[in-house]
Design a protein around this ligand. Structure first.
Ligand code: XMP
Length: 511
């Protein structure tokens, strides 16, 4: 276990991910944790992350020098580097010279940390103060114009530090520098692989569940699919999955769950075909919030009815949730290794059904979930599926949702997805909503005749976390193919438009 001590910037999660990319397991711990708490976790190495503070700020987080005496290898990054230098008796100077962004770094001595790198490289910096004198026993390895001591190490004590951010992609050789720390200085073994994650998650589920019964709601999304497949691998027939087919999925997705997923995993699946119920409930509704409420409500009612029935027949003790590690970190629950927490009316289940939640993906990042999905042999289209909103196509038809409109949108969406896949650009795009403006008409001409049809909006975006997004610059010939196929093949569509708004000010979805 490598513990990443979080000094309050967005970098800690990225560092933890990079460590895992080196096949070493890592977790994040708050900088508010004391030395004893950190060491009690028995980390095999510690990384102190960057953070927004200056070591001179009143109340700035500090590092207890005892941390460096425990014999555990430590790497300080950016703020963590400065806090480390200060704690060990070096000097951090208020130079007043800020370095921000891409900066040229000169390596004066490779040492263990920077061995076999070029003499100069571009690295990503973001600091005001800088270390002007390394603590006793440390060798200075590199400098920049604004940082006379930009990296140091004391190999005998297995301590090292960097002023720049090796975890960001803009830093050349960043991953290598991290790996030099992990493998050359801390002598760790790269054993955190998809296979290992699967074994560990299976053991944990078996321990928790014993011979009791588990329920899982499948949505068609990657998280619930991988969670269910893991639990199935662990406890087999003690798991029952419920899939509510609300008729608002994209082409082929319901079949993926009903056929391919079941074939790949052997999961026992209960399908609730509620397509008509959802359509009836949405009849005449055009307000986006109203639609969301109705879809949510109907979903819960259906799932609740299924859960009650199953609970009555066989009893259900656990409910699977596809919670990921970033959610755990963000809700402040990073500590501890428990992979269950008690159920608090999650997923809209009635309070009188008593469940315990089981969260087999609680320690994983999204890319790890995908790796585990592949390891478990899930269909590729499911593992690499883009995020898709729970209310589905219901909020991608602007106007009333009808069967006919769903069919048009499903067809247009399938064309866009097919062409993106053909162009091998699926993994360059975060998400690609296709939207039908059902209440808008425009004039067109097709063959010899005037048409008066509806526009389809293409909304491809790039993003890291959906909190902000930018419109994806797709190649013009790809856009042209999508446009011409949609207008030729989809009835009543005579115009295709591209949404070129970032988020903010727009959101990713139109409703
Ligand atoms: P917006 O439109 O707010 O969307 O930029 C951000 C991300 O959230 C997804 N989204 C949803 N996901 N249930 C979901 O599970 C929902 O009701 C929902 N609404 C939006 C959206 O697709 C995007 O990835």
């Amino acid at each position: 276990l490598v513990l990443v001590v979080d000094y309050g910037a967005q970098y800690a999660q990225l560092i933890a991910r990079r460590v895992r990319e080196a096949n070493v397991y890592s977790e994040i711990i708050s900088s508010k944790a004391g030395v004893e708490e950190i060491l009690a976790r028995q980390p095999s190495a510690i990384i102190l992350s960057g953070g927004p503070a200056s070591v001179y700020d009143p109340g700035a987080p500090t590092v207890d020098p005892q941390l460096f005496e425990a014999g555990v290898p430590v790497l300080g990054i950016c703020y963590g580097f400065q806090a480390m230098a200060q704690a060990l008796g070096g000097t951090v100077a208020k130079t007043g010279q800020r370095e921000y962004g891409r900066t040229s770094l000169s390596i004066t001595q490779g040492g263990c940390l920077l061995q076999s790198l070029p003499n100069t490289l571009n690295v990503w910096m973001s600091h005001g103060d800088s270390v002007s004198r390394a603590p006793k026993g440390f060798t200075v390895l590199a400098r920049t114009a604004g940082a006379p001591v930009a990296a140091f190490e004391d190999v005998s004590r297995r301590l090292a530090g960097l002023q720049w951010h090796p975890e960001v992609l803009h830093s050349q050789w960043g991953q290598q520098v991290l790996e030099h720390f992990l493998f050359n200085i801390a002598s760790l073994t790269p054993d955190w692989t998809a296979e290992h994650m699967v074994t560990e998650a299976i053991d944990a589920v078996r321990m928790t569940v014993g011979d009791r019964r588990v329920l899982c709601a499948l949505s068609g999304g990657v998280d619930s699919a991988v969670a269910a497949a893991l639990v199935q691998r662990a406890i087999g027939a003690q798991l029952t999955c419920v899939f509510v087919d609300h008729g608002l999925l994209r082409e082929g997705e319901a079949e993926q769950v009903k056929n391919d997923f079941v074939a790949a995993t052997g999961v026992e699946l209960v399908v609730a075909d509620e397509r008509e119920r959802f359509l009836a409930a949405l009849k005449g509704v055009t307000d986006p919030e109203e639609k969301r409420k109705i879809i949510g409500r109907e979903f819960i009612r259906t799932f609740e009815a299924q859960a009650r029935e199953l609970a009555g027949e066989r009893g259900i003790d656990f409910l699977v949730q596809g919670t990921l590690y970033p959610d755990v970190v963000e809700s402040g629950g990073g500590e501890g290794t428990a992979n269950i927490k008690s159920h608090h009316n999650v997923g809209g289940l009635p309070d009188d059904l008593q469940f315990t939640l089981i969260e087999p993906l609680r320690h994983m990042f999204k890319d790890e979930v995908r790796a585990v999905g592949e390891e478990l042999g899930l269909p590729e289209a499911m593992v690499w599926r883009h995020p898709f909103p729970g209310p589905g196509l219901g909020i991608r038809i602007i106007g009333e949702v009808t069967q006919e409109r769903l069919e048009i949108l499903r067809q247009a969406d399938a064309i866009a997805r097919h062409e993106v896949a053909e162009a091998k650009m699926e993994r360059d795009i975060w998400q690609f909503p296709v939207v039908l403006l059902a209440d808008v008409r425009s004039v067109g001409v097709q063959g010899d005749g005037r048409t008066y049809g509806h526009p389809i909006v293409l909304r491809p975006v790039v993003s890291d976390d959906a909190m902000t997004a930018d419109w994806a610059r797709l190649p013009h010939d790809l856009l042209e193919r999508i446009s011409s196929r949609i207008t030729n093949e989809c009835p009543d569509v005579n115009r295709v438009v591209l949404d070129i708004t970032s988020k903010p000010p727009a959101t990713i979805e139109w409703e």
